[in-house]
Design a protein around this ligand. Structure first.
Ligand code: FAD
Length: 349
């Protein structure tokens, strides 16, 4: 485990800790996290977080270290969510040993208020939010943000807890999901997020479907990286990648060339792109199904790529199965780590 400045310890007490340990390992691997077993411990390595899970008698001991408080906060949220998913295996209790992270919001927290709602397609809703510091989200190096959908409930619970003596643990689990900042209008103090209204039940999609002007959510960020400088780009993905691809295309200049391949449910899900670059776009359709983009993975596998002597970059985001297939193609075709950013934006269950 790496030595990093911010630390957190936890103990998960469970009826069958060995089963939970196995499930957490699988969960980490499904989320493309570098998690390996070593001498009975599970070592987890991420750019900003390092962790160790040890299976003990009746419990799992956990050590987490992070480069900053924000990453530590979200490592804690991740663990709470992962454990909550496993409640079917019996009663599970997490005991946090550090008091520093009993804070109920991350350091970069801000409040977003719904200002305007427009449907771009039947399954893509643009929501403009008013925020105190829109400029903070203006960077192309970190295009994403996390949205806290139950902020109001968390704030109410926190306020009522404040008036109760001796109770220090929140009973409300924060519900965060990751989105892309589609654009920023600092002069209007607004940012826009394009939400995919998918048909599976999820707090993010459900909130966007019912959003009204004046509704309030929480936000953390910006975070999550951006796109590299190149002469030739492949930009690919499903509906969830459209906001980031649109933003990348708008940032390219006339010297760049971009091949764009997108797989969406149906022709009604297509949108227009604006760019100064030379752009060639191919739309593929899944016959109205949600899920894996087999067509997209196949199209990329069958592509002719430019020679590595040309500065090239692949940016791709989609459901995790498709992202995995594309990573394998790029590995086979000799793309280096520096020449690609392939992300799992969601996980089919
Ligand atoms: C860096 C990053 C940027 C992202 N940017 C955007 C963005 O700008 N706009 C956007 O809409 N999404 C974006 N996403 C994807 C978004 O975070 C996920 O789709 C998220 O799961 C949605 O949360 P939920 O609460 O609606 O569903 P969850 O509670 O996470 O999942 C509930 C169910 O819905 C299914 N599901 C989740 N997402 C989808 C989907 N897109 N299509 C079909 N089924 C789905 C799951 O498989 C599960 O069965 C981004 C993700 C990342 C990591």
């Amino acid at each position: 485990m790496r030595e990093l400045p911010y630390k957190l310890r936890a103990k998960i007490v469970a009826k069958r800790p060995e089963r939970l340990f196995e499930r957490l390992h699988v969960h980490l691997l499904e989320h493309d996290v570098d998690a390996r077993l070593s001498g009975g411990s599970l070592l987890v390595d991420l750019p900003a977080v390092s962790g160790m899970l040890r299976l003990m008698e009746g419990c799992i001991d956990i050590d987490i270290a992070a480069t900053d408080l924000e990453s530590l906060y979200f490592a804690k949220v991740w663990l709470q969510d992962a454990v909550a998913e496993e409640r079917a295996f019996g009663t599970i209790r997490i005991v946090w040993s550090e008091s520093c992270l009993q804070r109920h919001l991350p350091p970069s927290f801000s409040v977003l208020t719904v200002d305007d709602i427009v449907d771009l397609t039947p399954r893509m809703r643009r929501i403009r939010f008013r925020t105190a510091d829109a400029r903070a989200f203006e960077t192309l190096d970190d295009m994403h943000l996390r949205i806290l959908f139950n902020f109001q409930e968390l704030a109410d619970e926190h306020a009522s807890r404040g008036s109760r003596q001796g109770s220090s643990f929140s009973e409300v689990t924060p519900i965060w999901r990751v989105y892309t900042v589609r654009f920023v209008e600092p002069e209007n103090h607004t940012i826009a997020v394009d939400f995919v209204l998918h048909s599976a039940e999820g707090p993010g999609s459900r909130w966007a479907m019912g959003a009204r002007r004046g509704d309030v959510v929480g936000a953390a960020g910006p975070s999550g990286g951006g796109c590299r400088d190149a002469a030739w780009y492949l930009l690919a993905g499903d509906e969830t990648a459209l906001p980031a691809i649109s933003r990348i295309l708008e940032s390219l200049d006339e010297r760049a060339t971009a091949t764009v391949i997108i797989e969406v449910g149906s022709p009604s899900d297509t949108i227009f792109f604006t760019s100064r670059a030379a752009v060639e776009t191919t739309w593929l359709y899944r016959d109205d199904r949600d899920g894996d983009c087999h067509g997209l993975a196949r199209a990329i596998a069958n592509m002719e790529f430019p020679d590595p002597s040309r500065k090239r970059f692949v940016w791709m985001a989609s459901e995790s199965g498709t992202a995995k297939a594309v990573r394998a193609t790029l590995r086979d075709r000799g793309f280096t780590k520096e020449e690609q950013s392939v992300a799992a934006y969601w996980h089919a269950k």
